[in-house]
Design a protein around this ligand. Structure first.
Ligand code: C5P
Length: 275
């Protein structure tokens, strides 16, 4: 028996850094959505005592297949050895979940194969708990405090300028560690346009530190902002992937095609949020 689990990209629509704990981890207040672009995990009960991992797909190169891969670490927590194949379609180290989404999909696959959801999901990474539910949410604490949020459908272009960014480096380069959170009660957005309008007044507090580490991010944001119909643009996570919101999927598809034609080296995809 083989189960296949989609590992959707995670988009931080807003990401406010609200403080820092004594252990160095940062406190966040982030609005997170998941989209119809992602990796895929295929899992079957292992033929041997240990889990195995094969990596396929356009970004397979450079993904470690040894014990330090988050997928194998996640499998190790579930008590059920699996033969795993990761179809790697998201650029690694790119601020849209990637490794965390893959680890979360592995945990969900293990549960479907009769394993258990481990208690200590957070030990795999701060983004793993929100990726396990893979539903839009407000994420606070260091990523452990998650409240589901209902969002109107959003359509977007994702653009990664093909530079990997180190999350710890971006966090440690932050000049201001304590910024305002989002408002206590989030509004009820009747449609994507009103949400885009509200998001324009929010921030990603990691953005300027990431731009310093990888100036290509500034170029990505400019190019997205100039795309016809772009409602607002922002970087996701610690970068380097940026997104622009559009009123319809058709407009996002059209912009993605135009941007890909003129920037063939960049990773560019149109996407819509998952319900
Ligand atoms: O938890 P994860 O492995 O994704 O985090 C990578 C690094 O990013 C951490 O070791 C830490 O330096 C930084 N980080 C942080 N605060 C968070 C999440 C991550 O400082 N809430």
């Amino acid at each position: 028996m083989t189960v296949k689990v989609f590992a959707p990209a995670k988009i931080n629509l807003a990401l406010h850094v609200t403080g820092q704990r004594a252990d160095g981890y940062h406190l966040l207040d982030s609005l997170v959505a998941f989209v119809d672009v992602g990796d895929q995990i295929a899992a079957s009960p292992a033929s041997q005592a240990q889990s195995t991992l094969a990596v396929t797909g356009p970004f397979a190169d450079g993904v470690p297949t040894g014990a330090d891969n988050l997928v194998l670490k996640a499998a190790g927590l579930t008590g059920i050895p699996m033969d795993l194949t990761l179809d790697k379609r998201l650029p690694p180290a790119s601020g849209i979940g990637g490794g965390s989404a893959d680890a979360a999909a592995t945990l969900r696959a293990a549960v479907r194969l009769g394993g258990k959801m481990p208690d200590d999901i957070l030990s795999l990474g701060a983004d793993v708990p929100v990726c396990v539910s893979a539903r839009s949410a407000r994420m606070r604490g260091i990523g452990d405090d998650i409240s589901p949020v209902t969002l109107p459908a959003l359509h977007m272009v994702l653009l990664n300028p093909r530079v990997p960014v180190s999350t710890p480096d971006v966090f440690s380069a932050l000049s201001l560690k304590q910024n305002a959170p989002m408002e206590d009660e989030l509004p009820n957005w009747p449609d994507g346009l009103s949400l885009a309008d509200w998001l324009a007044g929010q921030r990603n507090d990691l953005q300027s530190a990431a731009v310093k580490a990888a100036p290509e991010i500034a170029a990505a944001l400019t190019v997205l902002a100039l795309a016809p119909g772009a409602l607002m643009v922002r970087m996701s996570g610690s970068g380097a992937t940026c997104f622009a919101l559009f009123e319809t999927r058709y407009k996002a598809d059209f912009a993605a095609q135009q941007l890909a034609d003129s920037n063939p080296w960049w990773w560019i995809k149109s996407a819509s949020t998952l319900p």
